[in-house]
Design a protein around this ligand. Structure first.
Ligand SMILES: [Zn+2]
Ligand SMILES: [Zn+2]
Length: 407
């Protein structure tokens, strides 16, 4: 399908910089140090901190530069979260050409490797999570998952067969080929040139560039480390991923990692209205502006089924320790509430299947009656979703009552 050796040849001729902070990995971690990546990772933090301190202490502080720091941080971070992660790795939605281009440039400015490399490693992470084949396996410790895996990465060329959908995109291949130049241009030259316009060259170098790269690096790294150690597991405990509001704050919404590992194709990570997920809001806003479409959301009944399973598990553990908490009345209330949730889930599953069938019929031939039926069923699905939320709330209040007694 692809010219033999073409891609690998490109890889070997790329300069040292081409490997800066990329995520090439092997099935078995190598202990050979990748020096260019390592130097980049360990030199940038002291340069960023000392340079920023000197910038402030020597009276060069500049508000425009600080604003550019936040602006470029948002642009590069969401290039990773909205682009590299949710669009390219998980195909959680479709994006228009201009938006894809912005993500290729913005994500490139993060110095986290090309789309092909980043997504290959990330897909492996999901597929082999918590095993030896997971590139940032938390089982090897916090620092391994955080950044040491990059120090010891083996510079493995991208195999087009492993990411065929991405490799088929000409612009993604071009971004890979010219990744270093794109990263230098968008990450270094552009912000430094902008800062030079208002006479703050050093601020451009230390704050809007180096500090921003370091902050964004470690925010991203925390998803692989802290979000696999600290936080809650409301959807599944079959993997180490956890929901963590702190990492969500630093990563434009990526911290709801337990949900994400359970439902990676959802364009949202924080599904509750109060959960901090600016990437979700960006994607949704882009869809309103016709820059994105086909946003994928997991059906609430599937999410509820997972939550219910985990809550039952946690309750059973608690009751094993405090068996007296489950009185006869509490048992009855709990049983009835659980039954209601199950019924709501069942009803919603059936209604949604009917709705999908009718929508399919609508594609093959449209009549006024069919339109009416689809509209009516849509209303019933919406009503059933509301009903599910209510029965789930009743169940949770019954659970809270028992856990209070067992506390
Ligand atoms: Zn993860
Ligand atoms: Zn992911």
């Amino acid at each position: 399908m692809y010219p033999e050796g073409h891609f690998e040849a490109r890889q070997t001729t790329r300069s040292f910089f081409a490997r800066m902070t990329t995520g090439s990995t092997s099935a078995r971690p190598s202990r050979r140090v990748n020096w260019p990546t390592t130097l980049f990772l360990f030199i940038t933090p002291p340069v960023a901190i000392s340079g920023t301190v000197w910038w402030v202490a020597s009276g060069q502080f500049n508000r425009a530069t600080l604003a550019l720091f936040f602006l470029t941080w948002a642009a590069t971070a969401m290039g990773i979260t909205g682009g590299y992660h949710r669009l390219f790795s998980h195909r959680a939605y479709e994006a228009s050409g201009p938006l894809r281009m912005l993500f290729l440039l913005g994500g490139g400015a993060a110095w986290e490797g090309s789309v092909l490399e980043w997504c290959r490693d990330h897909r492996r992470h999901h597929r082999f999570v918590d095993t030896e084949r997971d590139p940032y396996n938390i089982g090897q410790g916090f620092w391994w998952a955080h950044m040491l895996w990059l120090v010891f990465n083996r510079r493995e060329p991208v195999n087009p067969e492993e990411v065929p959908d991405l490799y088929a995109d000409r612009w993604i291949r071009l971004q890979h080929r010219y990744y270093v130049w794109i990263a230098i241009g968008t990450s270094f030259l552009l912000p430094i040139a902008l800062c030079a316009l208002w006479g703050d060259l050093w601020g451009g170098l230390f704050v809007a560039t180096t500090l921003r790269i370091v902050v964004n690096h470690h925010a991203t790294f925390l998803i692989n480390s802290l979000s696999h150690i600290a936080g809650s597991q409301p959807y599944s405990d079959s993997h180490s991923a956890r929901d963590n509001w702190f990492t969500a704050l630093l990563t434009y919404g990526e911290g709801y990692h337990n949900y994400h590992h359970e439902f990676p194709s959802d364009y949202r990570n924080g599904i509750r209205p109060w959960q901090w997920d600016p990437t979700k809001w960006l994607i949704w806003s882009c869809s309103r502006l016709s820059l994105a479409h086909s946003l994928r959301r997991v059906d609430p009944e599937k999410i509820t089924a997972k939550r219910l399973e985990m809550q039952e598990k946690h309750l059973a553990e608690r009751l094993r320790r405090f068996p007296g908490a489950l009185t006869g009345v509490a048992q009855q209330t709990l049983g009835a509430a659980r039954e209601q949730v199950h019924q709501s889930v069942e009803r919603l599953v059936q209604l949604r299947a009917q709705y999908q069938r009718l929508k399919h019929d609508l594609r093959s031939g449209t009549t006024a009656e069919l339109h009416r039926q689809v509209a009516e069923l849509h209303g019933r699905v919406h009503h059933a979703e509301h009903d599910l939320a209510t029965t789930m709330a009743t169940w949770q209040s019954a659970v809270r009552g028992i856990t209070r007694t067992a506390a």
